[in-house]
Design a protein around this ligand. Structure first.
Ligand code: HEC
Length: 150
């Protein structure tokens, strides 16, 4: 009898754990598939914003132009600090910076675009040309641009 009880307990424990685990996995995959869709949307919108506001200087292939415009493709400077990138897109920047070992000291003007558009174009450039920065949400950008340096 005692043995049976113990066996029953084990069965219940296993079933409980298995179900708990399963529902958690399901929730995670639902969340990430929603983010996956958002990532795609941001990339599509971001590509349009990039074509309008950024290609002139950073070029369609994201490689920049000589010593005038730094690259975004494979840019260590971009990917190591996305909050800073959001601020550069919004306010522009003109100071000496080093991108992939090359020094630039030029002027980038600010852009008259919304926080959502900044999130979209930042998501686009962070995931184009082999970059893997993931989804950058508008909530993050909203917070980051209130904390810009200058
Ligand atoms: C008029 C030319 C010009 C335009 C247009 C322009 N940029 Fe820039 N961008 C620059 C220059 C020049 C720098 C370097 C500034 C410095 O020396 O501080 C720069 C720097 C950057 C950087 C940081 C450096 C790097 O290579 O990672 C990012 C990110 C960036 N730009 C993104 C953008 C995005 C996104 C757009 C469009 C919304 C854009 N830029 C539009 C000229 C431009």
């Amino acid at each position: 009898m005692n043995k049976l009880k113990r066996a029953l307990f084990v069965v219940i424990a296993v079933v409980t754990l298995a179900c708990g685990g399963a529902s958690e996995t399901k929730e995670e995959s639902t969340l990430s598939s929603r983010d996956q869709i958002r990532l795609k949307q941001y990339q599509i919108q971001g590509a349009k914003i990039y074509a309008t506001y950024c290609t002139n200087c950073h070029q369609q292939d994201g490689k920049g132009l000589a010593s005038l415009y730094p690259p975004l493709a494979g840019s260590d400077y971009l990917l190591e600090n996305l909050p800073r990138a959001a601020c550069i897109i919004k306010n522009g920047q003109s100071k000496e910076i080093v991108v992939n070992g090359v020094t630039y000291n030029q002027m980038m003007p600010g852009n008259p675009i919304t926080n959502l558009e900044i999130a979209e174009v930042l998501t686009f450039i962070s995931n184009a040309w082999g970059n893997e920065g993931g989804l950058i949400g508008v909530r993050d950008v909203e917070k980051w641009v209130t904390e810009c340096e200058e």
